[in-house]
Design a protein around this ligand. Structure first.
Ligand code: ZN
Length: 413
């Protein structure tokens, strides 16, 4: 584990209304469906994609596994997405379209040729929107012009950005307002965002993580990740185009000026180097959703929700050597026994407010999101005592009985 500042807690971003507004509680989005296939003509559509050109053929086909979730209604699936203020950064909003797709694509029979998402070497990290954004910025956007953001950026949007624009009401005017509101910040992060696009190092780390995941968990799939610049109101979301990451949150350097930022932005901006850790955590949620275990339940108790999050942190650690809540260890390890006693007494209830998505009520005496730590430690204990590590990882991702898993972990601080 590494320490705090560059391993962010997950509570960032927000689906707020206006620039600088305080984040609203949003919906825990997880990919409820399965990244199994994609229509073949998607690539052509993607290359030339503009808002007007997008067609339903460009949608990923989320066919379900035949053995799970077949009894779930779309309403149930949406209800899974319990509101929280924690997953906002990457999985910050319900992908209604995605859920609808899942409901609509319930058939197990493919409807057309598909692209295989099972190969980490072919996983797509889409960065075209980043270059387009800075072209718009240079073409007059930095000076407050709206038109460049329309013609250079939005009109050339990748499918992921198209989805993001739709779900977040991004407009050329809102982008122009954003760079006017945070001029020094945007001038500073430019180089860092372009580093993701032009220098393969960070992308290489993410792909390396994917390879590692594939080696440990052969059922893993790797949907596209689109890195875009949003309105500085959410760190990301998911859609039928895969994971969408608001790179304006993850591009600070050691001397990036933060004075212009609102509090929640300041609390949640991270260096570009933290991106692989964030992506690994959220990717785990995609795999959990696909596995159809606890994730698929419409109602989850504290232990179950904790295990989803802690498992994502633990697997993120296996993949990247860090996790997004590593900062919690310094506080929690010396207090692990009493924390566990407190958690155990509450874990079959539905009140998660002292343990998860509660950074907003954190105090000096008690940090938020301690449930992530507890879940991590349980997953870690299970993994440590299971001889076959592949089986262990599969059990963690596919977990359907949290109580049984806890017993088997032997966790007892
Ligand atoms: Zn999470």
């Amino acid at each position: 584990m590494i320490a705090a500042r560059n391993v962010p807690a997950e509570g960032a971003g927000a689906d707020d209304g206006a620039l600088g507004a305080h984040p609203m509680v949003t919906t825990h989005t997880v990919i409820q469906a399965r990244f199994i296939g994609i229509q073949q003509n998607w690539k052509v559509d993607r290359v030339e994609s503009g808002l007007a050109r997008r067609s339903s053929a460009s949608r990923i086909d989320y066919r379900r596994k035949p053995d799970s979730m077949s009894d779930m209604t779309m309403r149930d699936m949406i209800r899974i997405d319990r509101p929280n203020n924690n997953e906002r950064r990457i999985l910050g909003v319900t992908s209604i379209a995605l859920v609808a797709m899942a409901a609509a694509c319930g058939s197990d029979k493919p409807t057309g040729p598909t692209t295989d998402f099972s190969d980490p070497e072919r996983a797509e990290f889409v960065t075209s929107d980043i270059q387009n954004f800075w072209k718009a910025y240079d073409d007059g956007g930095a000076a407050g012009g709206t038109a460049p953001f329309q013609t250079d950026y939005l009109d050339r949007a990748s499918p992921g950005l198209v989805d993001f624009v739709r779900s977040r009401n991004v407009t050329a005017a809102s982008l122009a307002a954003m760079v006017r509101t945070y001029p020094r910040y945007f001038a500073d992060i430019r180089a860092s965002t372009l580093r993701l696009a032009n220098d393969g190092t960070v992308q290489g780390r993410m792909r390396e993580g994917y390879r590692k995941m594939k080696g440990m968990y052969s059922a893993a799939v790797f949907p596209p990740v689109t890195f875009l610049i949003g309105r500085f109101s959410t760190g990301g979301t998911t859609s039928s185009s895969g994971m969408l990451v608001g790179l304006e949150f993850y591009s600070i350097g050691p001397s990036t000026p933060l004075e212009e930022l609102a509090q929640f932005q300041r609390d949640n901006v991270r260096p570009l180097d933290s991106l692989p850790v964030i992506v690994a955590h959220e990717h785990t949620h995609i795999l959990q959703a696909r596995a159809g275990g606890i994730f698929s339940r419409s109602k989850k108790n504290l232990l179950e929700q904790t295990m989803l999050e802690g498992s994502a942190d633990f697997i993120g650690y296996l993949v990247t050597g860090s996790n997004i809540n590593a900062r919690l260890a310094d506080y929690a390890i010396p207090r692990e026994a009493p924390l566990w006693a407190e958690f155990k007494a509450a874990m079959h209830g539905s009140d998660i407010s002292r343990w998860l998505y509660n950074q907003g009520s954190a105090t000096e005496d008690r940090p938020g999101d301690l449930g992530y730590f507890i879940g991590y430690r349980i997953a870690e204990a299970f993994y440590a005592r299971t001889a076959d590590k592949r089986l262990a990882l599969r059990a963690i991702i596919d977990m359907s009985n949290a109580d049984q898993f806890l017993t088997q972990s032997g966790y007892a601080p």
